[in-house]
Design a protein around this ligand. Structure first.
Ligand SMILES: Cc1cc2nc3c(=O)[nH]c(=O)nc-3n(C[C@H](O)[C@H](O)[C@H](O)COP(=O)(O)OP(=O)(O)OC[C@H]3O[C@@H](n4cnc5c(N)ncnc54)[C@H](O)[C@@H]3O)c2cc1C
Length: 403
């Protein structure tokens, strides 16, 4: 027999926990499911300094949220994977347990995209998120001399994490051009992207680029005259004109082979330099993890600005399947504060539907405003055009409603 709850939430990251806290604090019976042994999701690996010198320590925030969840009587199903969702919303867990609810929140987060590079299956090569988990959660250095391949918000953030953990990060490089690396191997595209991330990198030239870099002519100049030895960010060389074409080593990573590329990513010389390293981290970007929305029969849309395919959702975060809601990175890749605020919004909306709120409209309005503020003030923006992505989704939803 399925166990019945007012609300079942899948994913105990900041979005899922945010939704659980709000719904349970208004009196809903809530089940929270996660495959990990402790709640927190990707929040647990995050450590960075915010602009006003406050530290964002994900593990601490996750622990506090976990305490609140326990005090509110949320039932946690940890170390359980959701394998299927059946109509009238019956949720099947991998150990055979079943949960049932009229309301389900999919807060399953995002995952990393790999970029295949010759040698990428050699032990010692990992997705960059794994290095973050090792360094920030388990306090283990992923290597002593580490090369990072791929420039994005995540790789810059984790390069800093590794540096703080005492790792010698030899450089951040581009991947070679292939059908998976595409824009990530193109220096011109990368300099345009970097100009939107310059607030993350304490380098005066990058900051200047952030101010001027929106113009194509400035971007071309920036690539043409990019220093061959890289530009230093936290003391780590950031290379825009160098690609790692091979990872070397038989049983363990021993070195990378690096070559110079022209401004569109083509190999400029056949000269390759061998750089000794014992670990390589590849960063290919993130995309929303949304398989369960597919299983539940939700309609999907492709929105590049949000990280790819996402379930279509309304301004109340409800999908095209009545009672199935989404929150956090499963709606588009953003930082933890936005995910948490989205979770709280969904928690308020579902509490209202359950008839638990006295001033529901006002509370929901405030929760929506909190999401907007969190998005506006986000330190880490995975997609610089996230706002337009969100607008596109609402536009698509309204188009669907008109039909
Ligand atoms: C590798 C990686 C590193 C990141 N690092 C940063 C960073 O440094 N700074 C930053 O601001 N943002 C970072 N992010 C973005 C991050 O996803 C958001 O900051 C935030 O954690 C998103 O919250 P969420 O609740 O939507 O998802 P998550 O925090 O990802 O939580 C989702 C949870 O759902 C669980 N889950 C998924 N599917 C199932 C299933 N079928 N059954 C059971 N449980 C399931 C997952 O195990 C996870 O615990 C990172 C993302 C990734 C993928």
């Amino acid at each position: 027999m399925p166990m019945k709850y007012d609300l079942v939430i899948i994913g105990a990251g900041p979005a899922g926990m945010g939704a659980a806290i709000i719904a349970a604090s208004h009196g809903a019976s809530v089940a929270l499911v996660d495959e990990n042994p402790v709640p927190g999701g990707k929040l647990r690996g995050q450590v960075y300094k915010e602009p006003k010198a406050n530290w964002w320590i994900g593990q601490e925030i996750a622990r506090n949220m976990e305490k609140e969840i326990k005090q509110l009587g949320v039932t946690c199903f940890l170390e359980r994977e959701v394998w299927a969702i059946y109509p009238k919303w019956k949720i099947m867990l991998n150990n055979g347990e079943q949960l049932e609810s009229d309301y389900v929140v999919l807060a399953t987060g995002a995952i990393e995209k790999p970029i295949p590079i010759p040698g990428w299956t050699t032990p010692g090569v990992m997705a960059i998120g794994a290095a973050q988990v090792m360094a920030n959660i388990h306090r283990v250095k992923p290597g002593n001399r580490v090369a990072i391949i791929g420039i994005d918000a995540l790789s810059l953030t984790i390069a800093y994490d590794l540096k703080m953990a005492g790792v010698d990060v030899v450089g951040i490089y581009l991947p070679p051009f292939n059908e998976f690396s595409l824009d990530k191997s193109n220096p011109l595209k990368m300099i345009a992207y970097l100009s939107s991330l310059s607030h993350l990198a304490p380098n005066p030239i990058l900051k200047l680029l952030g101010k001027l870099g929106k113009q194509a002519s400035v971007q071309k100049l920036g690539v043409n005259y990019y220093p061959p030895f890289g530009m230093r960010v936290w003391g780590i060389p950031l290379h825009l004109r160098k690609a790692v074409v091979q990872i070397l080593g038989d049983e363990l990573v021993e070195a990378i082979k690096v070559t110079t590329i022209d401004r569109s990513g083509e190999l400029e010389t056949k000269q390759e330099k061998r750089i000794p390293v014992d670990c390589v981290c590849i960063s290919g970007g993130l995309y929303p993890l949304v398989e369960l929305a597919n299983v539940a029969g939700c309609a999907f849309v492709y929105v590049e600005d949000l990280g790819g395919h996402i379930p279509l959702y309304s301004d109340e975060m409800e999908t095209t399947q009545s009672g199935i809601f989404v929150a956090g990175n499963s709606t588009g890749v953003e930082g933890a504060k936005v995910a948490m605020a989205q979770g709280e919004l969904v928690g308020a909306i579902i509490s209202n539907r359950l008839g638990l709120l006295k001033h529901g409209t006002e509370l929901i309005k405030q929760a929506k405003e909190k999401v907007n503020v969190a998005r506006k003030n986000a330190v880490i923006k995975f997609h610089p055009t996230i706002e337009s992505g969100r607008e596109k989704v609402l536009h698509l939803w309204n188009e669907k409603a008109v039909k």
